[in-house]
Design a protein around this ligand. Structure first.
Ligand SMILES: CC(C)(COP(=O)(O)OP(=O)(O)OC[C@H]1O[C@@H](n2cnc3c(N)ncnc32)[C@H](O)[C@@H]1OP(=O)(O)O)[C@@H](O)C(=O)NCCC(=O)NCCS
Length: 324
């Protein structure tokens, strides 16, 4: 360990090219993840609202980046309170430098810095049973939500129904209303800002592949969703559905043939969200793999108890295109 330099991105910032090369090396063997280009990394990391270089951490071996993680500051509604959390993602160590404590060291630094910054807690998404999972557990993270990835193989279907594709420009207030609706039902809903909307819907290399669909029969912005087409490891493509705040009778089975004729559809949904699971089943989706959301409370130690008492499903953000 002593040969390595540990530094935040504020102290020594890796380039998008260095981060991209390490991400590709570390995540290529994962099934169904988005492998970034440098433009994608620059957008996902440095241009993301809430990017805090002093919280993101890296390990260097001389001039080589050998481990890193990102932390984004995000204002979320959790357990009845609105607070600033740190979202950790893309935790990775170069294969030749593994099992030397680097991931643990960068995570410990991230936890320390996040506590100093007054964050309520740190959140991350990971697969139960993965090497990362036991590492996070050993640092005090616990599972606060269990998710399923749902997949729908491409197929023709019946009539596409009345869903309409919207131009994303100028839809911020619709999205803000959608999140308002989500807050009544879900945990972990972000506080909407125009900046966040622009970043996730209108900017970045995948923005041209992002569409919003709305069902005009809905009186309220309940039947709106985003769909983003992404290239995944193994040469596959999938359209990832985001921001699913659907009413119990949402005609999802009519939308699926419209956008899922040629490539698979993917959705990430809390296991407790039985209403949405029923809609997905009705639209020919099937559960594919599990994912867990883990939390390390910092300035708000009572968050896990409040979450357990609320018994509400989590609103998966699906911001991280790594592992969708
Ligand atoms: C997961 C990963 C970041 C671990 O990096 P690392 O620097 O080797 O981890 P560390 O040496 O700090 O190990 C810390 C702990 O992680 C766990 N761990 C790490 N690698 C493991 C493995 N292959 N199998 C089981 N547990 C493992 C162990 O609990 C370990 O503690 P120990 O060494 O005291 O037993 C690295 O294997 C990696 O980059 N994997 C591919 C990308 C990835 O899966 N990222 C996590 C996404 S959520």
């Amino acid at each position: 360990m002593s040969a390595y330099l540990l530094a935040s991105f504020a102290e020594r910032r890796p380039s998008p090219e260095e981060l991209t090369a390490l991400t590709q090396l570390c995540f290529a063997s994962y099934q169904g993840v988005v492998l970034p280009t440098s433009a994608h990394t620059a957008w996902f990391t440095f241009e993301r609202p809430g990017f805090r270089p002093e919280l993101c951490q890296a390990a260097w071996d001389g001039g080589d980046l050998v481990a890193s993680l990102y932390v984004t500051r995000a204002r979320l509604d959790v357990g009845g309170c609105t607070a600033d959390f740190g979202l950790i993602d893309t935790v990775m160590t170069h294969p030749l430098h593994r099992r030397r404590g680097l991931a643990r060291a960068v995570l410990e630094r991230a936890c320390e810095r996040a506590a100093q910054a007054g964050l309520a807690g740190l959140l991350l998404y990971t697969q139960p049973g993965s090497p990362g999972f036991s590492l996070y557990q050993s640092l005090g993270f616990t599972v606060v939500a269990s998710l399923w990835h749902w997949l729908r193989e491409p197929m023709d279907g019946g009539a596409p129904g009345a869903w309409r594709r919207l131009d994303l420009t100028g839809q911020y207030s619709m999205w803000a209303l959608l999140l308002e609706k989500a807050r009544a039902r879900y945990e972990g809903v972000p506080v909407p800002t125009e900046d966040l909307w622009r970043w996730r819907a209108l900017r970045g290399p995948l923005a041209p592949q992002t569409a919003a669909w709305v069902h005009p029969d809905a009186q309220e912005p309940e039947n709106l969703l985003l769909a983003r087409r992404s290239s995944l490891t193994g040469g596959a493509e999938a359209t990832v559905l985001k921001d699913l705040v659907l009413g119990p009778n949402a005609p999802l089975a009519a939308l699926a043939p419209e956008i899922g004729r040629e490539i698979p559809l993917l959705a990430v949904v809390d296991r407790q969200d039985t209403a949405l699971a029923a809609l997905l089943r009705g639209a020919c989706f099937r559960p594919l793999q599990e994912e867990a959301i883990m939390l390390l409370p910092l300035s708000e130690p009572q968050v896990p108890a409040r979450l357990a008492a609320a018994e509400r499903p989590w609103f998966p953000l699906v911001e991280s295109d790594i592992g969708v």
